[in-house]
Design a protein around this ligand. Structure first.
Ligand SMILES: *[C@@H]1O[C@H](CO)[C@@H](O)[C@H](O)[C@H]1NC(C)=O
Ligand SMILES: *[C@@H]1O[C@H](CO)[C@@H](O)[C@H](O)[C@H]1NC(C)=O
Ligand SMILES: *[C@@H]1O[C@H](CO)[C@@H](O)[C@H](O)[C@H]1NC(C)=O
Ligand SMILES: *[C@@H]1O[C@H](CO)[C@@H](O)[C@H](O)[C@H]1NC(C)=O
Length: 420
């Protein structure tokens, strides 16, 4: 199973004068002076809960915009890229970004936020984990743009994001450079991140995340069969349906929200929650998604033998422009001529012109090499009084999170496994 996401912010100039007279824009000293703050740890920052809040808020907006469509995105990638951008933002623009990411600036100084993300990045990039998570950020800057050394320095120190000088006067080459970078880092899964590069683009900020995990209990490919998946009460599509019998895995039946929650673990420090609302209850479930909901599920999950679990094998992808969605979360000024990104060049003439997010999610039996070990067959299962069957044969949600950090890395809604 592999999943990857790339997120890009195109920063453009709204005062073309910068391009024409680069000299005229220099000379202003930044006032941004880092407070010496001892700060708090990731835990007391409650980053997991804040990131979940952001993930669900974003999910609700995406679901509103794309009713009945497949959705897949990485809230982590988006908040990470925005946090990098925030290093160059000031005043109201900065507040909007951090509050849009669900931080309470009265409680949390921005230095703690950056430190929290830095720690998170560090924890996610631990080598030796059997779940492969690679994530990174890069900043491509027009070579004639007088970018402040301090911004580059902070981006590197806090977010391991390298800024490289790029010739945007050659948009075709610049586009290729950026797309190649993303393609290489997502193992070819995301090839054409940017389809056209605005000729006013001066800076491109990219974040990608690539995830590859193997199920702790893999599905047996020989058991996969063709079956119906319900698009609604009347319409079905035929999908390859994976099947596992007599699987003991964390399970919770949420009567309050009329849904069943199944956790499938990866070998390594990650897990996936699959949430199946009862027929006709998807909207109710979506409306009630809160950080507390996720907390409740995680607390209530108990190992339970599932007599038969069915899950479609699928590959879905989304490619979304995010400006409108982020505006709904209160992040607006950065897309306007009021934007204050003066921490980047020292001048207030930059704005974000475009935000692109692309994600690909493949769920399969992985891996065939372990197929012989499948089963956990138990004799005597016929004696179980309440046989439990969970069939993901209609719209469901999926949340992949890192168990070390409790951070949601990806979130998806699958409404039609055949549509990508
Ligand atoms: C930071 O911690 C050190 C040692 O624990 C202390 O001496 C210093 O006053 C603290 N600084 C602030 C700004 O709290
Ligand atoms: C932010 O935190 C302060 C202090 O804890 C609290 O009074 C305020 O209501 C919080 N703001 C929001 C928007 O939650
Ligand atoms: C989980 O992560 C830790 C480091 O945080 C690592 O040492 C360990 O090997 C990982 N577990 C697995 C099963 O990969
Ligand atoms: C399903 O079909 C019935 C009768 O053909 C119709 O009344 C109903 O509106 C349909 N439901 C949906 C969700 O399309």
């Amino acid at each position: 199973m592999a999943l990857c996401v790339a997120f890009v912010l195109l920063v453009a100039v709204f005062c073309p004068a910068v391009l024409c007279q680069p000299d005229g824009t220099l000379g202003k000293e930044t006032t941004a002076q880092e407070d010496q703050n001892n700060g708090t740890q990731v835990d007391s920052l409650n980053l997991a809960s804040i990131n979940t809040d952001f993930a669900f808020s974003l999910y609700k907006e995406l679901a509103l915009k794309n009713p009945d469509k497949n959705i897949v995105f990485s809230p982590f990638s988006i908040s990470f890229a925005l946090a990098v951008l925030s290093l160059g933002a000031s005043s109201n623009t900065l507040e909007e970004i951090l509050e849009g990411l669900k931080f309470n600036l009265t409680e949390t100084p921005k230095e703690d936020i950056h430190r929290g993300f830095g720690d998170l990045l560090h924890m996610l990039s631990q080598p030796g984990d059997q779940v492969k998570i690679s994530t990174g950020s890069a900043i491509f800057v027009e070579k004639r743009l007088p970018i402040l050394a301090e911004f580059k320095e902070k981006a590197r120190a806090l977010y391991q994001a390298e800024a490289s000088s790029t010739d945007f006067q050659q948009p075709h080459e610049a586009k290729k450079l950026i797309n190649d970078y993303v393609s290489k880092n997502t193992h070819g899964k995301i090839k054409e991140l940017i389809s056209d590069l605005d000729d006013s683009a001066l800076m491109v900020l990219v974040n990608y995340i690539y995830f590859k995990g193997k199920w702790k209990t893999p599905f047996d490919p020989d058991s996969t069969f063709e079956s119906d998946f319900y698009l609604d009460n009347n319409r079905t599509v035929r999908v390859p349906m994976m099947k596992l019998k007599f699987l003991t895995t964390p399970y919770f039946r949420d009567e309050e929200l009329s849904c069943s929650v199944v956790e499938l673990k990866y070998t390594g420090n990650a897990s996936a929650l699959f949430i199946l609302p009862d027929e006709g209850k998807m909207q109710q479930l979506e409306a009630s998604l809160q950080p507390e909901t996720l907390r409740k599920w995680k607390k209530s999950l108990r190992p339970r033998m599932i007599d038969e679990l069915r899950l479609p094998k699928f590959s879905i992808s989304t490619d979304d422009s995010m400006e409108g969605i982020l505006s709904k979360l209160g992040i607006r000024e950065v897309f306007s001529s009021q934007a204050d990104l003066s921490g980047i060049t020292g001048d207030k003439d930059l704005m974000v012109s475009k935000v692109v997010h692309k994600a690909v999610l493949d769920v399969g039996e992985i891996g065939t090499e372990a197929a012989a070990a499948t089963g956990i067959m138990m004799v005597g299962s016929a004696l179980i009084l309440n046989p439990l069957e969970v069939y993901f044969d209609r719209s469901f949600l999926m949340i992949i999170y890192s168990t070390n950090t409790q951070t949601p890395l990806f979130m998806a809604k699958v409404t039609n496994p055949n549509e990508n």
